[in-house]
Design a protein around this ligand. Structure first.
Ligand SMILES: [Zn+2]
Length: 73
Protein backbone atom coordinates (compact mmCIF):
# COMPACT_ATOMS: atom_id res chain seq x y z
CA UNK A 1 0.00 0.00 0.00
CA UNK A 2 1.59 3.21 -1.18
CA UNK A 3 1.14 6.39 0.73
CA UNK A 4 0.63 9.62 -1.05
CA UNK A 5 3.58 11.98 -0.79
CA UNK A 6 1.83 14.85 -2.52
CA UNK A 7 1.17 17.98 -0.52
CA UNK A 8 -2.44 18.39 0.62
CA UNK A 9 -4.57 20.64 -1.50
CA UNK A 10 -4.78 24.17 -0.18
CA UNK A 11 -7.96 24.98 1.67
CA UNK A 12 -9.94 27.68 -0.01
CA UNK A 13 -12.19 29.75 2.18
CA UNK A 14 -15.51 30.86 0.83
CA UNK A 15 -16.94 34.07 2.17
CA UNK A 16 -20.63 33.87 3.04
CA UNK A 17 -22.52 37.07 2.64
CA UNK A 18 -24.36 38.10 5.80
CA UNK A 19 -28.13 37.83 5.59
CA UNK A 20 -29.77 41.05 6.72
CA UNK A 21 -32.54 40.61 9.27
CA UNK A 22 -34.80 42.99 7.37
CA UNK A 23 -34.90 40.65 4.39
CA UNK A 24 -35.98 37.58 6.37
CA UNK A 25 -38.32 39.30 8.85
CA UNK A 26 -41.43 39.09 6.60
CA UNK A 27 -40.78 35.39 5.97
CA UNK A 28 -40.24 34.77 9.67
CA UNK A 29 -43.57 36.45 10.47
CA UNK A 30 -45.31 34.54 7.69
CA UNK A 31 -44.05 31.15 8.82
CA UNK A 32 -44.69 32.06 12.47
CA UNK A 33 -48.34 32.79 11.71
CA UNK A 34 -48.54 29.66 9.57
CA UNK A 35 -47.19 27.56 12.43
CA UNK A 36 -49.66 29.15 14.86
CA UNK A 37 -52.56 28.32 12.53
CA UNK A 38 -51.26 24.77 12.19
CA UNK A 39 -50.88 24.50 15.97
CA UNK A 40 -54.44 25.73 16.39
CA UNK A 41 -55.83 23.16 13.97
CA UNK A 42 -53.85 20.35 15.56
CA UNK A 43 -54.41 21.36 19.16
CA UNK A 44 -57.70 23.18 19.54
CA UNK A 45 -59.90 22.62 16.48
CA UNK A 46 -62.50 20.59 18.28
CA UNK A 47 -65.81 21.09 20.06
CA UNK A 48 -66.52 24.58 21.41
CA UNK A 49 -63.40 26.12 19.85
CA UNK A 50 -64.10 24.64 16.45
CA UNK A 51 -63.97 27.06 13.52
CA UNK A 52 -65.03 24.56 10.88
CA UNK A 53 -68.07 22.41 11.50
CA UNK A 54 -67.85 18.68 11.33
CA UNK A 55 -65.14 16.20 12.25
CA UNK A 56 -63.08 16.46 9.08
CA UNK A 57 -60.24 18.57 10.43
CA UNK A 58 -60.18 16.63 13.67
CA UNK A 59 -59.87 13.33 11.87
CA UNK A 60 -57.17 14.73 9.59
CA UNK A 61 -54.93 15.85 12.46
CA UNK A 62 -55.95 13.17 14.95
CA UNK A 63 -52.66 11.29 14.99
CA UNK A 64 -50.66 14.51 15.22
CA UNK A 65 -52.84 15.56 18.14
CA UNK A 66 -52.01 12.38 20.04
CA UNK A 67 -48.36 12.56 19.04
CA UNK A 68 -48.04 16.07 20.48
CA UNK A 69 -49.92 15.14 23.67
CA UNK A 70 -53.00 17.29 23.23
CA UNK A 71 -56.11 16.01 24.98
CA UNK A 72 -58.53 14.42 22.59
CA UNK A 73 -60.85 11.70 23.79
ZN1 LIG B 1 -57.93 10.97 19.79
Amino acid sequence: MAQSTAAPAPITKVAVAPLPLKSIAPWAVFFGVLMLVLLYFVGAEQGATSVLSGEGVHEWVHDARHLLGFPCH
